[in-house]
Design a protein around this ligand. Structure first.
Ligand code: LLP
Length: 422
Protein backbone atom coordinates (compact mmCIF):
# COMPACT_ATOMS: atom_id res chain seq x y z
CA UNK A 1 0.00 0.00 0.00
CA UNK A 2 1.31 3.45 -0.85
CA UNK A 3 0.10 6.99 -0.43
CA UNK A 4 -0.31 7.86 -4.11
CA UNK A 5 -4.06 7.67 -4.60
CA UNK A 6 -6.64 9.19 -6.94
CA UNK A 7 -9.29 11.54 -5.63
CA UNK A 8 -11.95 12.55 -8.10
CA UNK A 9 -9.68 11.49 -10.93
CA UNK A 10 -6.62 13.42 -9.73
CA UNK A 11 -3.55 11.78 -8.26
CA UNK A 12 -2.70 12.91 -4.76
CA UNK A 13 0.38 12.16 -2.74
CA UNK A 14 -0.70 12.04 0.87
CA UNK A 15 -2.66 15.30 1.29
CA UNK A 16 -1.30 17.15 -1.74
CA UNK A 17 -2.57 17.10 -5.31
CA UNK A 18 0.26 16.10 -7.63
CA UNK A 19 -0.60 18.74 -10.33
CA UNK A 20 -0.12 21.42 -7.70
CA UNK A 21 3.44 20.22 -7.10
CA UNK A 22 4.06 20.13 -10.87
CA UNK A 23 2.83 23.74 -11.13
CA UNK A 24 5.25 24.90 -8.48
CA UNK A 25 8.28 22.73 -9.19
CA UNK A 26 8.01 22.21 -12.95
CA UNK A 27 8.57 18.85 -14.63
CA UNK A 28 10.08 16.30 -14.58
CA UNK A 29 10.55 15.56 -10.88
CA UNK A 30 10.82 12.63 -8.51
CA UNK A 31 8.19 12.59 -5.81
CA UNK A 32 8.45 10.57 -2.60
CA UNK A 33 5.91 10.06 0.17
CA UNK A 34 7.11 10.29 3.77
CA UNK A 35 4.27 8.11 5.06
CA UNK A 36 5.04 5.41 2.49
CA UNK A 37 8.76 5.48 3.24
CA UNK A 38 8.05 5.17 6.96
CA UNK A 39 5.54 2.42 6.40
CA UNK A 40 7.86 0.39 4.21
CA UNK A 41 10.85 0.85 6.52
CA UNK A 42 8.81 -0.29 9.49
CA UNK A 43 7.27 -3.23 7.63
CA UNK A 44 10.71 -4.61 6.92
CA UNK A 45 12.21 -3.71 10.27
CA UNK A 46 9.21 -5.02 12.25
CA UNK A 47 9.39 -8.38 10.54
CA UNK A 48 12.58 -8.93 12.54
CA UNK A 49 11.16 -7.60 15.82
CA UNK A 50 12.39 -9.48 18.86
CA UNK A 51 15.55 -10.56 17.06
CA UNK A 52 18.78 -8.62 17.54
CA UNK A 53 19.04 -6.85 14.24
CA UNK A 54 20.10 -3.68 12.48
CA UNK A 55 18.45 -2.40 9.31
CA UNK A 56 21.12 -0.72 7.20
CA UNK A 57 19.37 0.96 4.29
CA UNK A 58 21.22 0.45 0.97
CA UNK A 59 22.09 4.06 0.17
CA UNK A 60 22.59 3.33 -3.53
CA UNK A 61 18.85 2.78 -3.93
CA UNK A 62 17.94 6.35 -2.96
CA UNK A 63 20.60 8.54 -1.50
CA UNK A 64 19.02 11.93 -0.86
CA UNK A 65 20.10 13.06 2.61
CA UNK A 66 16.53 13.98 3.60
CA UNK A 67 15.44 10.41 3.02
CA UNK A 68 18.48 9.02 4.80
CA UNK A 69 17.66 11.30 7.73
CA UNK A 70 14.13 9.93 7.82
CA UNK A 71 15.49 6.38 8.15
CA UNK A 72 18.04 7.48 10.76
CA UNK A 73 15.09 8.75 12.78
CA UNK A 74 13.53 5.29 12.58
CA UNK A 75 16.71 3.72 13.96
CA UNK A 76 18.16 2.80 10.58
CA UNK A 77 21.79 2.50 9.65
CA UNK A 78 23.33 2.53 6.19
CA UNK A 79 24.89 0.10 3.76
CA UNK A 80 27.35 2.14 1.71
CA UNK A 81 29.53 1.32 -1.27
CA UNK A 82 31.65 4.43 -1.74
CA UNK A 83 33.25 7.36 0.01
CA UNK A 84 30.52 9.52 -1.47
CA UNK A 85 27.82 7.40 0.13
CA UNK A 86 29.69 7.57 3.45
CA UNK A 87 29.74 11.35 3.15
CA UNK A 88 25.99 11.39 2.49
CA UNK A 89 25.19 9.01 5.33
CA UNK A 90 27.16 11.08 7.81
CA UNK A 91 25.69 14.35 6.47
CA UNK A 92 22.24 12.85 7.00
CA UNK A 93 23.02 12.06 10.63
CA UNK A 94 23.33 8.30 10.42
CA UNK A 95 25.44 7.04 13.31
CA UNK A 96 28.85 5.80 12.12
CA UNK A 97 28.38 2.77 14.37
CA UNK A 98 25.44 1.75 12.16
CA UNK A 99 27.26 1.94 8.84
CA UNK A 100 28.50 -1.10 6.92
CA UNK A 101 30.70 -0.68 3.88
CA UNK A 102 30.34 -3.12 0.98
CA UNK A 103 31.76 -3.14 -2.56
CA UNK A 104 34.51 -4.83 -4.55
CA UNK A 105 36.64 -1.79 -5.24
CA UNK A 106 37.18 0.35 -2.16
CA UNK A 107 40.20 2.63 -2.58
CA UNK A 108 42.76 3.23 0.18
CA UNK A 109 41.48 6.82 0.50
CA UNK A 110 37.92 5.58 0.96
CA UNK A 111 39.05 2.98 3.48
CA UNK A 112 40.88 5.64 5.50
CA UNK A 113 37.83 7.88 5.38
CA UNK A 114 35.66 5.06 6.77
CA UNK A 115 38.22 4.15 9.45
CA UNK A 116 38.37 7.76 10.56
CA UNK A 117 34.58 7.90 10.74
CA UNK A 118 34.54 4.74 12.88
CA UNK A 119 32.05 2.70 10.86
CA UNK A 120 30.61 -0.54 12.20
CA UNK A 121 32.33 -2.84 9.71
CA UNK A 122 33.87 -3.30 6.30
CA UNK A 123 32.46 -6.10 4.19
CA UNK A 124 35.63 -7.16 2.40
CA UNK A 125 35.54 -8.84 -0.96
CA UNK A 126 39.13 -9.99 -1.56
CA UNK A 127 42.34 -10.88 0.21
CA UNK A 128 44.12 -7.97 -1.38
CA UNK A 129 41.52 -5.64 0.05
CA UNK A 130 42.19 -7.11 3.50
CA UNK A 131 45.86 -6.22 3.10
CA UNK A 132 45.02 -2.63 2.22
CA UNK A 133 42.56 -2.28 5.10
CA UNK A 134 45.12 -3.66 7.56
CA UNK A 135 47.77 -1.25 6.26
CA UNK A 136 45.46 1.77 6.47
CA UNK A 137 44.33 0.79 9.97
CA UNK A 138 47.95 0.44 11.12
CA UNK A 139 48.81 3.87 9.68
CA UNK A 140 45.88 5.44 11.51
CA UNK A 141 46.44 3.30 14.62
CA UNK A 142 42.81 2.23 14.74
CA UNK A 143 41.25 -1.21 14.62
CA UNK A 144 39.34 -2.09 11.45
CA UNK A 145 36.24 -4.15 12.14
CA UNK A 146 35.78 -6.49 9.24
CA UNK A 147 33.65 -9.18 7.74
CA UNK A 148 34.16 -11.00 4.48
CA UNK A 149 31.46 -11.07 1.90
CA UNK A 150 31.16 -14.70 0.94
CA UNK A 151 29.83 -15.78 -2.41
CA UNK A 152 27.56 -18.77 -1.78
CA UNK A 153 26.94 -19.68 -5.43
CA UNK A 154 23.16 -19.48 -5.13
CA UNK A 155 21.04 -18.46 -8.10
CA UNK A 156 18.81 -15.52 -7.14
CA UNK A 157 16.68 -15.96 -10.31
CA UNK A 158 16.73 -12.31 -11.22
CA UNK A 159 18.02 -10.14 -14.08
CA UNK A 160 21.58 -11.11 -15.00
CA UNK A 161 22.89 -7.58 -14.37
CA UNK A 162 21.71 -7.62 -10.76
CA UNK A 163 22.65 -11.20 -9.81
CA UNK A 164 25.59 -11.14 -7.45
CA UNK A 165 25.63 -14.48 -5.64
CA UNK A 166 26.65 -16.78 -8.46
CA UNK A 167 30.17 -18.18 -8.67
CA UNK A 168 30.63 -16.40 -12.01
CA UNK A 169 29.80 -12.97 -10.52
CA UNK A 170 32.57 -10.63 -9.41
CA UNK A 171 31.28 -10.36 -5.85
CA UNK A 172 32.62 -11.78 -2.62
CA UNK A 173 35.00 -14.60 -1.87
CA UNK A 174 34.00 -18.14 -2.86
CA UNK A 175 32.52 -19.64 0.28
CA UNK A 176 34.78 -22.70 0.11
CA UNK A 177 37.88 -20.50 0.08
CA UNK A 178 36.72 -18.09 2.76
CA UNK A 179 37.83 -20.03 5.89
CA UNK A 180 41.46 -19.67 4.87
CA UNK A 181 41.03 -15.92 4.42
CA UNK A 182 39.39 -15.64 7.84
CA UNK A 183 42.30 -17.55 9.39
CA UNK A 184 44.70 -15.17 7.75
CA UNK A 185 42.79 -12.13 9.00
CA UNK A 186 42.68 -13.56 12.49
CA UNK A 187 46.45 -13.36 12.72
CA UNK A 188 46.67 -9.76 11.56
CA UNK A 189 47.20 -6.71 13.73
CA UNK A 190 44.75 -3.82 13.56
CA UNK A 191 42.04 -6.06 12.17
CA UNK A 192 39.16 -7.43 14.19
CA UNK A 193 36.89 -10.04 12.64
CA UNK A 194 33.33 -9.15 13.59
CA UNK A 195 31.12 -10.59 10.89
CA UNK A 196 30.17 -12.61 7.87
CA UNK A 197 28.29 -10.98 5.03
CA UNK A 198 26.52 -11.96 1.87
CA UNK A 199 24.28 -10.37 -0.77
CA UNK A 200 23.08 -12.56 -3.61
CA UNK A 201 21.20 -10.15 -5.83
CA UNK A 202 18.39 -7.70 -6.18
CA UNK A 203 14.67 -7.83 -7.06
CA UNK A 204 14.27 -11.39 -5.78
CA UNK A 205 10.68 -12.54 -5.95
CA UNK A 206 11.01 -15.82 -4.05
CA UNK A 207 12.27 -16.59 -0.57
CA UNK A 208 13.96 -19.86 -1.52
CA UNK A 209 17.30 -18.34 -2.67
CA UNK A 210 17.50 -16.45 0.64
CA UNK A 211 16.76 -19.63 2.57
CA UNK A 212 19.33 -21.63 0.59
CA UNK A 213 21.89 -18.91 1.25
CA UNK A 214 21.18 -18.88 4.97
CA UNK A 215 21.60 -22.64 5.10
CA UNK A 216 25.03 -22.24 3.55
CA UNK A 217 25.89 -19.34 5.86
CA UNK A 218 24.95 -21.34 8.95
CA UNK A 219 27.24 -24.17 7.90
CA UNK A 220 29.90 -21.60 7.24
CA UNK A 221 29.50 -20.05 10.72
CA UNK A 222 29.86 -23.52 12.23
CA UNK A 223 33.00 -24.04 10.21
CA UNK A 224 34.43 -20.73 11.47
CA UNK A 225 33.51 -21.62 15.04
CA UNK A 226 35.48 -24.85 14.64
CA UNK A 227 38.46 -22.66 13.73
CA UNK A 228 37.87 -20.65 16.91
CA UNK A 229 36.35 -17.68 15.09
CA UNK A 230 33.10 -16.31 16.51
CA UNK A 231 31.37 -13.36 14.88
CA UNK A 232 29.06 -10.68 16.24
CA UNK A 233 27.22 -9.91 13.02
CA UNK A 234 25.65 -11.89 10.26
CA UNK A 235 24.86 -9.57 7.35
CA UNK A 236 22.46 -11.14 4.85
CA UNK A 237 22.37 -8.18 2.47
CA UNK A 238 19.25 -6.89 0.75
CA UNK A 239 17.52 -8.01 -2.40
CA UNK A 240 13.85 -8.43 -1.58
CA UNK A 241 11.85 -7.57 -4.69
CA UNK A 242 8.82 -5.38 -5.21
CA UNK A 243 5.86 -5.42 -7.53
CA UNK A 244 6.47 -3.39 -10.68
CA UNK A 245 4.03 -5.28 -12.86
CA UNK A 246 2.70 -8.74 -12.17
CA UNK A 247 5.49 -10.01 -9.92
CA UNK A 248 4.33 -11.46 -6.64
CA UNK A 249 7.26 -11.02 -4.28
CA UNK A 250 6.87 -12.16 -0.70
CA UNK A 251 5.66 -9.49 1.71
CA UNK A 252 8.33 -8.30 4.15
CA UNK A 253 6.60 -10.24 6.92
CA UNK A 254 6.82 -13.48 4.93
CA UNK A 255 10.45 -12.77 4.07
CA UNK A 256 11.19 -12.07 7.74
CA UNK A 257 9.44 -15.27 8.85
CA UNK A 258 11.31 -17.39 6.29
CA UNK A 259 14.66 -15.86 7.20
CA UNK A 260 14.03 -16.34 10.90
CA UNK A 261 13.01 -19.92 10.43
CA UNK A 262 16.08 -20.65 8.33
CA UNK A 263 18.34 -18.96 10.85
CA UNK A 264 17.00 -20.85 13.85
CA UNK A 265 18.94 -19.95 16.98
CA UNK A 266 21.30 -17.13 16.19
CA UNK A 267 23.74 -15.86 18.76
CA UNK A 268 24.80 -12.79 16.84
CA UNK A 269 23.16 -9.63 15.50
CA UNK A 270 21.50 -9.90 12.12
CA UNK A 271 22.23 -7.08 9.67
CA UNK A 272 19.88 -6.36 6.77
CA UNK A 273 20.69 -4.17 3.78
CA UNK A 274 17.32 -3.51 2.14
CA UNK A 275 17.05 -0.87 -0.55
CA UNK A 276 14.37 -1.35 -3.19
CA UNK A 277 11.72 -2.88 -0.91
CA UNK A 278 11.68 0.28 1.20
CA UNK A 279 11.89 3.04 -1.39
CA UNK A 280 10.83 1.46 -4.71
CA UNK A 281 7.12 2.00 -4.40
CA UNK A 282 7.48 5.09 -2.23
CA UNK A 283 8.49 7.23 -5.20
CA UNK A 284 7.21 8.15 -8.65
CA UNK A 285 8.60 10.26 -11.44
CA UNK A 286 6.28 12.88 -12.89
CA UNK A 287 6.83 13.88 -16.48
CA UNK A 288 4.93 15.98 -19.00
CA UNK A 289 3.88 14.96 -22.50
CA UNK A 290 5.56 17.16 -25.10
CA UNK A 291 4.34 15.62 -28.35
CA UNK A 292 2.64 12.56 -29.74
CA UNK A 293 3.46 11.02 -33.06
CA UNK A 294 3.13 7.85 -35.09
CA UNK A 295 5.56 5.75 -37.05
CA UNK A 296 5.11 5.06 -40.75
CA UNK A 297 1.66 3.68 -41.48
CA UNK A 298 0.38 4.94 -38.15
CA UNK A 299 0.73 1.65 -36.35
CA UNK A 300 3.52 2.50 -33.99
CA UNK A 301 2.61 5.25 -31.52
CA UNK A 302 5.06 7.40 -29.65
CA UNK A 303 4.48 9.66 -26.69
CA UNK A 304 7.40 12.04 -26.34
CA UNK A 305 7.80 13.22 -22.75
CA UNK A 306 10.17 15.64 -21.03
CA UNK A 307 11.99 12.90 -19.04
CA UNK A 308 14.47 10.54 -20.64
CA UNK A 309 16.85 7.69 -20.02
CA UNK A 310 19.19 10.06 -18.24
CA UNK A 311 16.46 10.69 -15.64
CA UNK A 312 15.27 7.09 -15.25
CA UNK A 313 17.72 4.59 -16.67
CA UNK A 314 16.08 1.30 -15.61
CA UNK A 315 13.92 0.72 -18.71
CA UNK A 316 16.87 1.27 -21.08
CA UNK A 317 19.42 -0.62 -19.02
CA UNK A 318 17.42 -3.63 -17.85
CA UNK A 319 14.38 -3.48 -20.09
CA UNK A 320 12.63 -2.88 -16.79
CA UNK A 321 8.89 -2.32 -16.67
CA UNK A 322 7.49 0.75 -14.94
CA UNK A 323 3.74 1.31 -15.00
CA UNK A 324 2.85 4.68 -16.51
CA UNK A 325 -0.43 6.21 -15.42
CA UNK A 326 -2.13 9.57 -15.85
CA UNK A 327 -1.80 12.17 -13.11
CA UNK A 328 -5.24 13.47 -14.10
CA UNK A 329 -7.51 10.69 -15.29
CA UNK A 330 -9.35 11.76 -18.39
CA UNK A 331 -11.76 9.42 -20.13
CA UNK A 332 -9.52 6.50 -19.18
CA UNK A 333 -8.56 5.77 -22.79
CA UNK A 334 -5.35 3.81 -23.21
CA UNK A 335 -3.21 2.79 -26.14
CA UNK A 336 -0.21 0.61 -26.84
CA UNK A 337 2.69 3.00 -27.32
CA UNK A 338 6.32 3.74 -26.65
CA UNK A 339 6.90 6.47 -24.10
CA UNK A 340 10.16 8.07 -25.16
CA UNK A 341 12.38 10.89 -23.99
CA UNK A 342 14.24 13.70 -25.76
CA UNK A 343 17.64 11.93 -25.76
CA UNK A 344 19.27 11.21 -29.09
CA UNK A 345 19.33 7.43 -28.70
CA UNK A 346 16.90 4.75 -29.81
CA UNK A 347 17.43 3.18 -26.39
CA UNK A 348 15.88 6.23 -24.77
CA UNK A 349 12.50 5.01 -23.62
CA UNK A 350 10.52 4.76 -20.41
CA UNK A 351 8.15 2.18 -21.88
CA UNK A 352 8.05 0.11 -25.04
CA UNK A 353 4.90 -1.30 -26.60
CA UNK A 354 3.21 -0.79 -23.29
CA UNK A 355 -0.41 -0.11 -22.42
CA UNK A 356 -0.26 3.55 -21.43
CA UNK A 357 -2.71 6.46 -21.22
CA UNK A 358 -3.76 7.98 -24.54
CA UNK A 359 -2.18 11.20 -23.35
CA UNK A 360 -2.06 14.52 -25.19
CA UNK A 361 0.60 17.23 -25.14
CA UNK A 362 0.68 19.10 -21.85
CA UNK A 363 -0.71 16.22 -19.81
CA UNK A 364 1.19 14.83 -16.85
CA UNK A 365 2.16 11.19 -16.53
CA UNK A 366 3.35 9.36 -13.43
CA UNK A 367 6.03 6.73 -13.89
CA UNK A 368 5.45 4.42 -10.97
CA UNK A 369 7.81 2.42 -8.73
CA UNK A 370 10.61 4.87 -9.44
CA UNK A 371 11.80 5.43 -5.87
CA UNK A 372 14.61 2.86 -6.02
CA UNK A 373 17.54 3.26 -8.42
CA UNK A 374 15.69 6.09 -10.12
CA UNK A 375 17.26 9.39 -9.23
CA UNK A 376 20.45 7.68 -8.03
CA UNK A 377 21.15 6.36 -11.52
CA UNK A 378 20.34 9.64 -13.25
CA UNK A 379 23.01 11.37 -15.31
CA UNK A 380 23.55 14.61 -17.18
CA UNK A 381 23.70 12.92 -20.59
CA UNK A 382 22.74 15.28 -23.42
CA UNK A 383 23.56 18.07 -20.96
CA UNK A 384 20.25 17.69 -19.22
CA UNK A 385 20.20 19.14 -15.72
CA UNK A 386 19.18 16.50 -13.23
CA UNK A 387 15.57 16.87 -12.12
CA UNK A 388 14.19 17.99 -8.77
CA UNK A 389 13.39 15.60 -5.93
CA UNK A 390 10.34 16.38 -3.83
CA UNK A 391 9.25 14.86 -0.53
CA UNK A 392 5.59 15.06 0.46
CA UNK A 393 4.65 14.93 4.11
CA UNK A 394 0.93 15.16 4.88
CA UNK A 395 -0.33 18.41 3.42
CA UNK A 396 3.20 19.76 2.85
CA UNK A 397 5.78 19.13 0.22
CA UNK A 398 9.44 20.03 0.18
CA UNK A 399 11.99 20.23 -2.59
CA UNK A 400 14.74 18.03 -1.14
CA UNK A 401 16.97 18.52 -4.16
CA UNK A 402 16.50 21.46 -6.42
CA UNK A 403 16.52 21.03 -10.15
CA UNK A 404 20.04 21.53 -11.46
CA UNK A 405 20.75 24.71 -13.39
CA UNK A 406 22.80 25.15 -16.54
CA UNK A 407 25.51 26.62 -14.33
CA UNK A 408 25.53 23.34 -12.39
CA UNK A 409 26.20 21.55 -15.66
CA UNK A 410 29.51 23.27 -16.27
CA UNK A 411 30.58 23.69 -12.63
CA UNK A 412 34.13 22.43 -12.35
CA UNK A 413 34.86 22.72 -16.06
CA UNK A 414 37.54 25.08 -17.21
CA UNK A 415 38.87 26.43 -20.49
CA UNK A 416 42.68 26.32 -20.18
CA UNK A 417 44.70 29.41 -20.97
CA UNK A 418 46.09 28.14 -24.26
CA UNK A 419 42.56 27.88 -25.65
CA UNK A 420 41.56 31.29 -24.40
CA UNK A 421 44.45 32.87 -26.31
CA UNK A 422 43.19 31.62 -29.63
N1 LLP B 1 23.59 -4.75 -0.37
C1 LLP B 1 24.46 -4.82 -1.37
C2 LLP B 1 25.84 -5.23 -1.12
C3 LLP B 1 24.06 -4.49 -2.68
O1 LLP B 1 24.93 -4.57 -3.69
C4 LLP B 1 22.72 -4.09 -2.91
C5 LLP B 1 22.26 -3.76 -4.26
C6 LLP B 1 21.84 -4.02 -1.82
C7 LLP B 1 22.31 -4.37 -0.56
C8 LLP B 1 20.41 -3.58 -1.94
O2 LLP B 1 19.67 -4.42 -2.74
P1 LLP B 1 18.09 -4.21 -2.86
O3 LLP B 1 17.48 -4.48 -1.50
O4 LLP B 1 17.81 -2.84 -3.27
O5 LLP B 1 17.68 -5.21 -3.86
N2 LLP B 1 20.27 -0.74 -10.29
C9 LLP B 1 19.58 -2.01 -10.16
C10 LLP B 1 19.78 -2.64 -8.80
C11 LLP B 1 21.22 -2.84 -8.42
C12 LLP B 1 21.37 -3.43 -7.06
C13 LLP B 1 22.78 -3.34 -6.62
N3 LLP B 1 23.01 -3.81 -5.29
C14 LLP B 1 18.11 -1.78 -10.48
O6 LLP B 1 17.73 -0.67 -10.82
O7 LLP B 1 17.33 -2.73 -10.46
Amino acid sequence: MDHFQYRDGVMWVEEVAVPEIADQVGTPFYLYSTATLQRHFRALDDSFAGLNHLTCFAVKACSNIAILRLFAGLGGGADIVSGGELYRALAAGIEPGKIVYSGVGKTAAEIRQALEAGILMFNLESEQELTVVARCAAELQVTARISFRVNPDVDPHTHAYISTGLAKNKFGIPIAEAPAVYRRAQKMDWVEIVGVSCHIGSQLTKVSPFVDTIDKLKKFLARLAADGIAVKYLDIGGGLGIRYDREEPPEPAAYGAAVRQALGELDCTLILEPGRVIVGNAGIMVTKVLYTKSGQGGEKKFIVVDAGMNDLFRPSLYDAYHAIVPVVQGDGATQTADVVGPICETGDFLARDQEVPAARPGELLAVKSAGAYGFTMASNYNSRPRVAEVLANGAEFHVIRRRESYADLIRGEEIPGFLKES
